[in-house]
Design a protein around this ligand. Structure first.
Ligand code: BGC
Length: 425
C-alpha cells in the first residue's frame, strides 16, 4: 500500500522527491534579482522604504492596525523605556471575511473602528497583510486582496489617504502614518526586541493563512529605484506569488476553483489557508484511484482544516481526523499522503529561505546566523511542519549553502512592528 501511495503522488507530480532543490534555489534567486531590477518577475520585490537606521522617541504613542487574512487587530501602542508596548487593543474578524464588501464600505468601517484610538495621537502604523505598493511617504497602494478576503474595487486605493477621508466625519485626521507589510512588521518587531550584534541580518517571515518573507537588501542591488542613499532597505518579496515551483495535478485542481486562479501558486502549496484545500483535492484523487475508500471523502467533506491535518500528523492516535475515519488502512494512507504534502511544503519553504539568505548575503557563519523572525499560526502551531522546515534548512541551507539561521518570534510582533514603523517616521 505504502508504495502505491508514493507511486500515486509521483504520477500526479505531487511527490516531494520530484523537487531538485538546487535547481529551484537558483531559479528563485534569479527571479528575486529580476524583481529587484524591475524586469518581469513573479516576485514583486516591493521596496518598503524602511531601513533599520533610526531611533524611536521616548514617550511617543501611536494607533496601530493589523489587517490580516483572518483577523483585524486595532490598538494603541506607546514607546517606553526604549521599547514599544501595546497599551490596549481589540481583535475582530477581518472586514470582507464574513461578507463581501466594497472599498468605500471597507474604509468607512475601518475609520469607525480606528477613530477611538486617535483621541490623543494623530499617528497611525498600518500592518497590511496583502500586496501593496509602498510610496516613499509610506502610504500603501492596494494591489489586490487575496487569502479569500472579499473587498471589491480596492485595487489602486491609497490606504491612508482614503482612511484619512473616511475619518473626516469623526473630526479626526492622520498627521503621520506608515503602511508596512506584515512581514516587514514582524521583522521590525523582532529587530526591536533582539540584539542586532548577535545576528548577521534579519528575515521577516509569515507562515499562517498566507506565506511571505522580507529581508534587508543593499541599496545598490535595488536597481529599479534610483537615487537611493542610506542603509539597507527592507524588501517585501511577496514570496507567495512565486510561480517557478512545479505544480502537481491537485495543486492545479484547487487553483482552478480558488478566488485567484493562477495567482500566489507558491503560497497555495505551503500556507495554512490552502494546505487543507490541496489535501482535499489529493483525497478526491486518491478515492478515485482506490487508494482511499469513498467514505473518507464523504466524512471529511467541508470540514478538513490545516490545523487538524497537523494535529493528526503529530499524534495519529487521537483527534478529529482519527475519530472520524473508521478504517485503519484509510488512516494509515491519509497519514502518508498528508506527510508527503507537508514534506514538499517544508522543502519549498527551505529552498526559498536559502535563496533569500544568499541574495541578501546574510547568515554566513554559525556564530552569527540570520535571525528569521517568524509569525503565523501554521508555523507556530504545527511542530511537525516546523521540524521538517528546520530539517531541510539544516540539510540544504546550512550543510550545502553554508548559510546559518535561528528562528525567533515575538509576542504581538505585527501590531508592534506597525507601531515601530510609525514611530520611526
Ligand atoms: C500576502 C502578503 C502577506 C502574506 C502573509 C500573502 O497572501 O500577499 O502580502 O505578507 O500573505 O500574510
Amino acid at each position: 500500500m505504502e508504495s502505491a501511495i508514493h507511486e500515486f503522488m509521483m504520477k500526479h507530480g505531487m511527490h516531494p522527491e520530484l523537487l531538485d532543490m538546487e535547481a529551484h534555489f537558483n531559479a528563485f534567486r534569479e527571479t528575486m534579482r529580476r524583481g529587484l531590477s524591475g524586469e518581469p518577475s513573479s516576485l514583486m520585490m516591493i521596496p518598503s522604504y524602511m531601513t533599520l537606521d533610526g531611533k524611536i522617541t521616548e514617550g511617543l504613542s501611536t494607533a496601530a492596525l493589523d489587517a490580516g487574512g483572518t483577523n483585524l487587530r486595532i490598538g494603541l501602542c506607546a514607546a517606553e523605556n526604549g521599547t514599544c508596548r501595546v497599551v490596549n487593543s481589540e481583535l475582530l474578524p477581518m472586514l470582507g471575511t464574513e461578507e463581501r464588501i466594497d472599498a468605500p464600505a471597507f474604509f468607512a468601517q475601518l475609520a469607525k473602528l480606528v477613530q477611538p484610538y486617535l483621541s490623543n495621537t494623530d499617528r497611525l502604523g498600518f500592518c497590511f497583510s496583502f500586496p501593496a505598493e509602498i510610496t516613499p511617504d509610506l502610504d500603501g497602494i492596494v494591489l489586490g486582496f487575496n487569502k479569500e478576503v472579499q473587498i471589491d474595487g480596492a485595487s489602486g486605493a491609497y490606504l491612508c489617504r482614503e482612511l484619512d477621508q473616511a475619518l473626516l466625519p469623526y473630526g479626526k485626521a492622520l498627521g503621520c502614518y506608515a503602511v508596512v507589510n506584515d512581514t516587514v512588521a514582524a521583522l521590525l518587531g523582532g529587530y526591536g526586541s533582539t540584539d542586532p550584534d548577535q545576528y548577521d541580518g534579519y528575515i521577516g517571515m509569515i507562515l499562517g493563512t498566507g506565506m511571505n518573507c522580507c529581508y534587508t537588501e543593499h541599496p545598490e542591488n535595488i536597481k529599479k529605484l534610483s537615487d537611493l542613499s542610506g542603509g539597507s532597505m527592507i524588501i517585501n518579496i511577496e514570496a507567495g506569488g512565486y510561480d517557478g515551483f512545479p505544480v502537481g495535478d491537485f495543486d492545479e485542481a484547487y487553483d482552478r476553483r480558488s478566488a485567484n486562479p493562477g495567482d500566489h501558486l507558491f503560497e497555495k502549496m505551503v500556507s495554512g489557508g490552502y494546505l487543507n484545500e490541496i489535501a482535499w483535492e489529493t483525497i478526491c484523487g486518491a478515492v478515485e484511484e482506490g487508494i482511499l475508500s469513498p467514505s473518507v471523502k464523504e466524512t471529511l467533506s467541508e470540514c478538513l482544516w490545516t490545523k487538524d491535518i497537523c494535529e493528526f500528523l503529530l499524534d495519529p492516535g487521537t483527534g478529529f481526523i482519527h475519530d472520524r475515519i473508521a478504517g485503519s488502512d484509510d488512516r494509515t494512507a491519509l497519514y502518508t499522503l498528508f506527510d508527503l504534502l507537508l514534506d514538499r511544503a517544508a522543502r519549498l519553504v527551505a529552498v526559498s529561505l536559502t535563496a533569500i539568505m544568499d541574495q541578501g548575503d546574510i547568515g554566513k557563519t554559525p556564530e552569527k546566523p540570520t535571525c528569521i523572525v517568524v509569525e503565523g499560526s501554521t508555523f507556530q502551531k504545527s511542530p511537525v511542519y516546523q521540524q521538517k522546515i528546520r530539517r531541510y534548512l539544516d540539510e540544504f541551507c546550512s550543510n550545502v549553502h553554508h548559510r546559518y539561521y535561528a528562528f525567533t518570534s515575538v509576542k504581538d510582533a505585527n501590531i508592534l512592528g506597525a507601531a515601530v514603523a510609525a514611530m520611526l517616521r
